[in-house]
Design a protein around this ligand. Structure first.
Ligand code: SF4
Ligand code: SF4
Length: 316
């Protein structure tokens, strides 16, 4: 006998306004566009297991952004008197973008703080002279964030592939020697206690003379895992109070990300750095259009932001 119902069962994360249980879905208003991210393109020299944007040497779903496209948004920030203080560049690997140094120079010239996420490998080191010129001129207005998944080589390489450790260390050591302001992005994926993780990174930094304080949470940022597990709970409006989480602390309350979908002439503004492809989170072509409310209709909203306590982009 067939016991199946003819009506399809509602599934989680489908209706942007209500959860599967019929409760009002949580949403986040843009409070102030403090940080604007640009995705520089999805191509990467690596293809890491955990890469939430699925970057690789062949993934070109997001095109390289051009200097002209970046300047268009910087103009909008200034024309609209937006309170944006910081620009972030993420990828893929940003240093593969042919315009990267010109883009960085344009951002710094206008007085923004700039954070660039990188794996610090060969593509970055090929830009040494351009980077040094920017560092000399703008000093700590520029921060380079290097991803080190774990302080143990074998765990980093488990994610990033064989021979990914030493080139990263070479790049990191070069940045440190040259006096760049450096952040490190680590991960909590292996379940270590935070103190033990920080101790491990501290030993690594000391051994290689890397000028990063592993106990400073702003310098060594430890990110929770991003997972799209369909069993995750959906976040309702009541959850803010139940979980004692402030909606204004979500990335989408203070940032947006500009992407260039392959083959499209105009960049689009996405709600946050984590959701580069999902068209529900495409908020339009300008920062003014993108200044609305975001419905938290994705498992990443639950896993990384609300339950994981993550903020800021996880990796390059
Ligand atoms: S995690 Fe970073 S380095 Fe690894 S594939 Fe993704 S963008 Fe590239
Ligand atoms: S993933 Fe996080 S930052 Fe992005 S829309 Fe969801 S809650 Fe907002």
């Amino acid at each position: 006998m067939d016991h199946s119902s003819s009506e399809a069962r509602p599934v989680k994360f489908s209706n942007p306004l209500v959860t599967v249980e019929g409760c009002p879905r949580a949403s986040v208003k843009l409070k102030c566009l403090k940080t604007l991210w640009f995705n520089t393109g999805t191509l990467c020299n690596l293809a890491c297991n955990h890469c939430y944007i699925e970057s690789s040497p062949t993934n070109d779903r997001l095109d390289f952004i051009t200097l002209r496209q970046v300047e268009h948004f910087l103009d909008e920030i200034q024309r609209e008197h937006l309170a944006t203080e910081e620009i972030g560049l993420t990828g893929g690997e940003p240093f593969l973008n042919p315009d990267i140094i010109a883009i960085m120079a344009a951002i710094l010239r206008r007085g923004f703080r700039l954070l660039v996420l990188t794996n610090a490998m060969r593509p970055m080191l090929k830009r040494r002279s351009g980077l040094l010129a920017l560092q000399k001129r703008y000093g700590n207005q520029l921060t380079i964030r290097v991803s080190i998944d774990h302080y143990r080589e074998e765990l980093h390489e488990q994610e990033r592939g064989k021979k990914s450790w030493q080139p990263m260390l070479d790049g990191l050591a070069w940045l440190s020697e040259q006096g760049f302001t450096i952040d490190v992005a680590g991960r909590t994926a292996w379940g270590d206690e935070e103190r033990a993780l920080r101790d491990g990174y501290a030993v690594l930094f000391k051994r290689h003379n890397i000028a990063v304080d592993a106990y400073d949470k702003k310098r060594l940022v430890l990110f929770p895992e991003i997972t799209a597990d369909p069993n995750l709970p959906e976040i309702t409006e009541d959850c803010w109070q139940i979980l004692n989480v402030d909606p204004d602390a979500m990335m989408c309350a203070s940032s947006r990300m500009v992407v260039v979908p392959k083959g499209e002439q105009r960049p689009t503004v996405m709600a946050c750095t984590l959701l580069a492809y999902d068209q529900q989170f495409n908020l339009g072509h300008s920062l003014v259009e993108a200044a609305g409310t975001v419905q938290l209709n994705h498992p990443y909203c639950a896993s990384f932001c609300v339950l994981g306590g993550g903020s800021c982009v996880v990796t390059e």
